[in-house]
Design a protein around this ligand. Sequence first.
Ligand code: 8YV
Length: 320
Amino acid sequence: MSTSEVSKPEVLTATKLSPLYMELLNANFIVHDRLHQTDPTALAAAAPRIRAIAAGGESTVSAELIAKLPALEIISVMGVGYDGVDVPAAKARKIPVTHTPDVLNDDVADLALALMLSVARAIPQSDQFIRQGQWLQGGMPLQRKMSGSRLGIVGMGRIGQAIASRGLAFGMPIAYTARNPRPALPYRYLPSVTALAAESDFLVVITPGGAATRHMINAEVLKALGPRGYVINVARGSVMDQDALMEALEKGVIAGAGLDVFAKEPEVPQRLLNLPNVVLTPHVGSATHETRRAMANLAFDNLKAHFAGVPLITPVPECR
Ligand code: 8YV
């Protein structure tokens, strides 16, 4: 080990991370890649020197893992969501958690609108229609108009607001539900997700994951959305009762769904794949070169700030 390596902080990666984040970590730190999963004995040996955990938005960082790392000083998540991190356990040790808000707002909002249009206008089916030569036999069946229809947003944080502003450009009346109303915003607040669903044509879910929102979109909400309603999930799979959703789609309780997130990724049940009225994407809300680069930089810059002893750039709200 060279002299410069000796002074480099040691970092554990929580799960397989983006190559863009890994590149920065490898260039600046001594990285123990998923040692807790691959080699617990080696982890025990390195643990007294591990000062940081680098994680992704879907990573799990349990209280048990935190407890195994006596020198842990910071957890930096490359992702806006950090529902997999046991924040209370980190806070109990005064270990800050950081995430990457804002830089992905546009991409996730763009994908929400793309899923809305895809499911309402049957874009994947239209593509298949041409490729399979069906156009030669006649035109595509008519589809559903999106512009001007009612947009309901579950969660009015930064991404929710980016979705709302896009909805305005489509002439959509906008309502939302959230933990707290935001009177400064020009959108109608409804106190319950069921009430919001009843008044929406497109119900877009962009609320944090975790215990507080688990199965928030359940059979009752889907029933309220009704047979002309579409549900779009760009949040976390845990927010949706996936069994209730499949049943609602099969029975025509709702018109369709656009899903970027699933209960047990990367597994998607065959029952969901069999449905014609869903459009599926593999958790790609923030997956553009530009945004993933910005996320990796921000996740790394938080670690850099910590080790330089300067204020963290984007600690999670609980750690501010
Ligand atoms: C990514 C995400 O999948 O930001 C989040 O919370 O779920 C996604 O943007 C992930 O974080 C990439 O590491």
